[in-house]
Design a protein around this ligand. Structure first.
Ligand code: FHN
Length: 475
């Protein structure tokens, strides 16, 4: 009886709290399905993967940001609009699509060497061109000189390398005659309903033709037409999860009953992980992101997802910068999707191959600080980031900014001590942490040149110990 009374009291208090915050919860039919993270094995694998590769590939890779000799600086996959081309002109690129250098197994082997655990491929980007022989449109690879089913070859090759494959699908479709940006009248609604049927059929086709797919990454859902069709977005997610048990869907698909996206009108995350971090990351101190699963995606140049001939137009991230973006995500229990944009002939540009190698060489030695890792719960320091391996319990110091003092500060929760500190990849390089104040330590690095991030593995145990070498100042 007492337990029941306590439970009722908790409910009453929490309801009062919600109302006191002026947040009368809206009753939603198409809002978030849960307020907790998924606990199934497919989602656990998604979390453990941590590092993925985004691949943007389509007709836009043929011109590569240049049209009739003029270079357009905006994102190459938007060249159709940047150069103000008609749909007919753009779509005719289909007859030039013949990526003779495309080799799915070589792509997969490059990713394996890079340390990538999953790959997300643009099955259809905004242009509407499909990398698989869809039976719902002729605007596909089957009607090009190349003819081959690119998705089938990629799924087989990546699965053979043990790399999970996710499908990017743009709901926005510049090619389809029934696409509408908004629904201003009955004719718009009738046309867009036809488009939504087409898109739903294509998604069911992708899920059934390629059952090894692990997840769906939706994009192009920002227009009012989609926001007014929250029911469709809900039904698509439910359909995909029925067709592909365990399928993982990002937050960009969904709109709720009131058109709210990513998070519903009550703030609940729709989909299985937040995917709004595009070319940006949360502050390293923003632990609020820990409430949900999340993934950031980023380009190597500033904003080129598809292949652009000229990378001199913007800053291009170095291997170390990309590594820091990856670790910043992992340190807050997020995933990082690093984008590559293959050329129209199916090969990768030199800069991307170089970065894949740089990242892969580092991951080979230090991957234990990334895979199966997440937030370590320690106070962030200027030298870099902590990660914690959920399998081993080991804590890692991933150092990007070696201080001139060569001394790395770290503060432990009361009652924790460092029982070992060793350089990952060189276990003979042990450090003797110096306790400089209660629960505060310094690790002193060797004076040498540091041109890559270093990783120190810590074994922490809960045993309060002080060395008495310091005095509390009498003030
Ligand atoms: O317009 C697209 C863009 O081309 C690219 O696909 C990115 C990837 O997250 N999404 C959209 C921009 O937010």
């Amino acid at each position: 009886m007492k337990r029941i009374l306590i439970t009722i009291m908790i409910w009453v208090v929490s309801l009062q709290l919600i109302c006191a915050q002026g947040k009368t919860p809206k009753l939603l039919k198409y809002g978030a399905q849960t307020t907790v993270k998924r606990t199934d094995s497919a989602m656990a694998k998604w979390r453990a993967n941590r590092l993925g590769q985004f691949i943007h590939w389509g007709l836009y890779a043929i011109p590569g940001g240049v049209w009739k000799g003029k270079t357009y600086a905006y994102a190459a996959e938007f060249l159709k609009s940047s150069a103000r081309l008609s749909t007919a002109t753009w779509d005719s690129l289909m007859y030039a699509f013949n990526p003779v250098k495309f080799d799915a197994r070589a792509w997969a082997k490059m990713d394996k060497a890079m340390g990538v655990k999953y790959m997300t491929i643009t099955t259809k980007h905004h242009e509407g061109f499909c990398l698989w022989p869809s039976k719902y449109t002729d605007f596909t690879v089957a009607h090009t000189p190349f003819k081959r089913d690119i998705l089938q070859e990629l799924v087989e090759a990546y699965t053979a390398e043990g790399i999970d494959v996710n499908f990017y699908y743009s709901v926005l479709d510049w090619h389809h005659p029934d696409w509408r940006y908004d629904l201003k009248n009955a004719a718009d609604s009738a046309a867009f309903d036809r488009y939504l049927d087409f898109a739903k059929n294509q998604l069911a086709e992708l899920a059934t033709r390629y059952p090894k797919v692990k997840g769906f990454w939706f994009d192009g859902t920002w227009d009012l037409s989609v926001q007014k069709n929250g029911k469709w977005t809900y039904e698509v997610e439910m359909m995909l999860k029925q067709l592909v048990p365990g399928a993982i869907v990002n937050s960009r698909l969904r709109a709720d009953d009131f058109g709210k996206r990513h998070r519903d009108s009550n703030g609940g995350l729709m989909g299985d992980y937040e995917s709004g971090y595009e070319r940006r990351l949360p502050s390293p101190y923003d632990t609020s992101v820990l409430k949900t699963d999340w993934e950031a995606c980023m380009t190597i140049p500033e904003n080129q997802w598809g292949y652009h001939q000229d990378w001199s137009l913007s800053h291009v991230k170095s291997g170390n910068e990309i590594l820091e973006n990856i670790i910043r995500a992992v340190a807050l229990s997020g995933n990082m999707l690093v984008n590559f944009g293959p050329k129209g002939d199916g090969s990768f540009r030199t800069e991307e191959l170089q970065r894949a190698k740089e990242i892969g060489d580092w991951m080979k030695v230090n991957g234990e600080a990334v895979y199966h890792c997440g937030y370590a719960g320690l106070e962030r320091q200027d030298w870099g980031y902590f990660t914690k391996n959920e399998q081993t319990g080991k804590v890692y110091m991933v150092v990007f900014n070696v201080p001139v003092s060569l001394s790395l500060n770290l503060k432990l929760p009361r009652g924790m001590v460092i029982t070992s500190a060793a350089l990952v990849g060189e276990p003979t390089q042990q450090y003797q942490p110096e306790e400089v104040a209660p629960d505060q330590y310094m690790i002193h690095l060797e004076p040498k040149r540091y041109d890559k991030p270093i990783v120190i593995a810590l074994v922490l145990t809960g045993k309060s110990k002080t060395n008495g070498n310091y005095r509390e100042a009498k003030t």
